[in-house]
Design a protein. Structure first.
Length: 294
């Protein structure tokens, strides 16, 4: 069975692209007993579990993050990766979908977990907002705050990979320079700006409408929003991206990883070994190259 990809809420589960994409698991967090039972069953069935949760949960009520860490501590398992991701809700759902796609490929659990940070960098997550008065995820100028009180004002906001805010009709959001598929979720969409203006400007290769995550209104500070997220969707491209990064072995748990930190035990990559003394190097015909991380 492929590595299980778990999320903390059912509205973070996006429909699969195809029959090969495994389903996501919704982590039961109602009680500690149900959380322990559910996680133990996942480990028994899949071997390894990668559980994604909003990084904001650690700074808000923190219940989801605390419960997950308690479960891992009680089970004393090194097969559970707990990843707090600093993405808006729809962006987090997209990342979970990408990891589900990759879990069906020959990607080891350690590489899959550490790939989350890499893939998150290629997700363009934002929203169309009717007000930025209560927005605290992206820097908002005093001028933008004042304009948000003007009737009919709308703002395009990008939270990832680089924060950006523009007033609709007076600027453009910087989009990806690679092919993406755009997801759009709106409860009470203030306009069709996302699909008629943003999507063509970003030259997306497809648009799909999905339900708005329950957490989105709190995350963006208003219920007058249309959330969007653009990212890689072809599993062969995702696989090529992850496979192109140099793999290392975690010095603590022994799993493979990419980047500078293990997704399961959070141990940092060991620093390169110190170079031999000059006299020794001069006598050797082999030149050691410092190890680099892609």
């Amino acid at each position: 069975m492929p590595t299980a990809i778990a999320v903390t809420s059912p509205d973070l589960v996006l429909p699969p692209h195809d029959r090969q994409t495994p389903p996501a698991v919704v982590q039961p967090l109602a009680t500690l007993e149900s959380s322990l039972t559910g996680m133990h069953a996942l480990i028994e069935q899949h071997g390894y579990v990668i559980s994604l949760y909003p990084a904001s949960a650690a700074s808000a009520d923190g219940e989801a993050a605390r419960r997950l860490h308690t479960v891992r501590s009680v089970l004393e398992s090194d097969r559970i990766a707990l990843l707090g991701i600093d993405l808006p809700p729809l962006g987090l759902a997209l990342l979970a979908q990408q990891l589900r796609q990759l879990s069906a490929c020959d990607v080891s659990p350690g590489v899959l977990a550490s790939a989350a940070r890499l893939l998150a960098h290629y997700i363009y997550a934002g929203a169309l907002l009717g007000s930025v008065a209560r927005l605290d995820r992206v820097p908002v100028s005093l001028k933008s705050h004042a304009k948000s009180w003007v009737p009919g004002a709308q703002f395009g906001v990008l939270a990832n990979p680089r924060p950006q805010l523009v007033r609709v009709g007076q600027g453009e959001l910087t989009g990806p320079e690679f092919g993406t598929r755009l997801l759009v979720a709106a409860d009470q969409p203030p306009s069709d700006w996302v699909t008629t203006t943003l999507a063509p400007a970003w030259r997306v290769q497809g648009v799909a409408t999905v339900p708005l995550p329950e957490e989105s209104a709190r995350w963006w500070g208003t219920a007058r929003l249309a959330e969007f997220a653009a990212g890689l969707y072809d599993v062969s491209v995702l696989y090529q991206l992850v496979s192109s990064v140099r793999r290392e072995e975690c010095h603590w748990c022994g799993l493979e990883l990419i980047g500078d930190r293990c997704g399961f035990c959070a141990a940092p990559l060991s620093p390169p070994s110190e170079l031999p003394a000059p006299a020794v190097r001069a006598a050797s015909s082999v030149h050691a190259l410092p190890r680099g991380v892609t």
